[in-house]
Write a protein that binds this ligand. Sequence first.
Ligand code: ADP
Ligand code: MG
Length: 458
Amino acid sequence: SWVRICSRLKGEVGDVEYHAWLTKIALGPVDGDEITLLLPTRFLRDWVRSQYGDRLSELWNQEVASIRRVELQVARPGDPVAPGLQLDESPALSAQQNIVPPESDESSSRPAPEAKSDIAAILDGRFTFDTFVVGKPNEFAYACARRVAEKPSSVGFNPLFLYGGVGLGKTHLMHSIGAELLQRGNVSVAYMSAEKFMYRFIAAIRSQSTMEFKEQLRSVDVLMIDDLQFLIGKDNTQEEFFHTFNALVDAGRQIIVSADKSPSDLSGLEDRLRTRLGCGMVADIHATTFELRISILESKAAASGVIVPTKVLEFLAHKITSNVRELEGALNRLIAHANLFGRPVTLEATQDVLHDILKAHDRRVTIEEIQKKVAEHWNIRLTDMSSARRARVVARPRQVAMYLAKQLTSRSLPEIGRKFGNRDHTTVMHAVSRVEEIMACDAAFAEDVELLRRMLES
Ligand code: ADP
Ligand code: MG
């Protein structure tokens, strides 16, 4: 049934893909040999159809032999849905709500997924050392992770404490360690987020199985707890973790922990826990550099098979600086569009497709600021930025300002045109290419423009 299909798909496509696309599917009606699956938007429907359509049909047919066709539709409120299923009002249909098998008698005989108590690591197959791009900001953490994966529990590396900001690769490194250990075999590895740890612990208390839970935890060779900062303020769970931690380290097992801050900065954790956490190896992952962001983008673009021009990669690395997850998300969206519409990736298309993301990451340079700086630089009146005067002394700076507006903001050509006395977007386009031409053959001019750019960017 649907639950099994979902879990097989999840195994095949990986967690991230699965959550991005497939949890959005709701079951629709069955009509003869055809089942309808509903998606919240057209884009999602097209994407799921192109990427997973055939596979979905195959899986359905294997599960329910009478079903021969899968129809993908955009959900509308009031669409007929299978018995026992409700179409949520909100566009973000959650996985839990939708993964309900249509046959209700079947569901009662199967334990809910959460009730499963084994703690074996569930790892995302894409997070391996091979796919981790190493650069200055993360090379130390990477080296430590590799070392622990090769020789768990060696002196000085236990516990391994990885910390850094959101989306800088902590989880990726932990999964990599897990994958490496499991590949070599003969070790039991447990991985869970601190949040999951807490919920398991609470569930164990409820079902009066804390002994089993503790036993399980203390029987692993390597225990990884992700995002430990979650335990701040959760005193009982901290206490439990502390005991497990001590028991494991004393028994010579490896502990790996991640958090968003160093042990000493995790105020709100008990002192004795912080002390013990800092006893092994503490490695921080620093914010990415431009070079690292470019390398990561290059590697992910290459893996996708879609050709992404260097100019686009540089543009993204320049615009999205805060975390790799967002950078990756932006690139994935570009790639999805390229695949979906079969169009090459260009800078123009990028600005279009990523409009919302780029807006959020705008360096907050406004067109007005650009106009002001440029006018000052060439000593013309600010009003001439929007005036109709065509004399070169004002026309050239105006073109430079348009060029910089295009480079430094995520405004579209028509938007930029409007700010320059309601000019047409073709005028802006012309200005941009004219400035590029002149920069290519007039070094002094190019230097001026670069200088302005740097002043505006900082
Ligand atoms: P964190 O756990 O620190 O918040 P993640 O490990 O979840 O961050 O990383 C966020 C995303 O960025 C993941 O998809 C991960 O694969 C990717 N990522 C982060 N750092 C790198 C890197 N150095 N090389 C390749 N991918 C990376
Ligand atoms: Mg993480």
